[in-house]
Design a protein around this ligand. Sequence first.
Ligand code: SF4
Ligand code: SF4
Length: 350
Amino acid sequence: MNPEAARALHICNVCRYCSDLCPVFEAGPLRPDMTDGDVAYLANLCHNCQACYYSCQYAPPHELVVNLPAALSEAREAGRQHYSGTAWLGREGLWVWGITLLIPLLMLVQVPWDRLFAVHRGPGAFYELIPWGWMTLVATLALARAVFVLARGGYRFWRDSAGPEVASQPLREGPLIRDLVSLRHLGGGDGAGCHDRDGQTGHARRIAHQVLVAGFALCFVATSVGTLYHHVFDWIAPYPVMSVPGVSGTLGGLMITGGGAFMLWLHYTRDDRPRAKAPDSRSRLLVQLLMVVALTGLILQALRETPAMGLLLGLHLGAVLAFFLVLPQGKSAHAVYRLLALIRFHRERR
Ligand code: SF4
Ligand code: SF4
């Protein structure tokens, strides 16, 4: 799946210089064969803090050209595509923005313009332009596909990453949850943080990531509570700004936008050398897509009683659809594989 990552990990297993930096160097020696499953497992233990690149005595210009962060980044992406059975088709920017624009373009063609650009107010305003049944059907199908593909990919990953038999111990949930929630392995071994700005250590990337994830969780709460309101209480969207869906959706949207902008800034100011070009640009695309989902949601909230509501609604739903469709092979899927890799690591740890 990724011979360069396997080659670099073999060298690391002999060298052992970075053994204190992160779990990759603790788990690597337990995988002497470096099968595809082993590489996928180790790649998902890596949080891409880049500390090992700056510590490495065999990094370029050395003739062994060990660039472990870049090799593991490539391996993570190859693993996501392999286990999910989906692939990037090339020109992913065109696909993502094409799908995003699909719904507003369809609305321009299908909905009479005097209705599309009219002012709609009160409960059910959105459904006067896109029937509730269609909206729910398309979103449910796209999300169900993503969940199914991710679950299948997670199962395949778990099966392939079993490795040689090692003494396993009961899972210690405490350290696992601490590692997950705090992104401890972005600490670069000594806790100084990852190399996020031209090789200097700091916690900016960890903070930006956590703000974005918390914003995503708040938007999930807004959607779930809105679904509950609709089906249980028969309260129809759009909901007031000062309601649970309104407050959590607005706060979540602001956090995704802010965290995403910070992440993009870090992307553009980081040292290029320990990075893998294609996964990096797809990761940026995903952050941009999430920001479009959040921004269109926020603008829709602000302008929902104006003639712009129809096209803003279409754009927001188009971006959500594009996000669901790229979810299994996109960067967001790393949450599933990283969780499984950390569970395995904490069980195998001696
Ligand atoms: S990254 Fe370089 S220095 Fe660190 S263990 Fe691997 S080969 Fe050795
Ligand atoms: S980049 Fe950081 S997390 Fe990844 S292998 Fe190197 S030290 Fe470990």
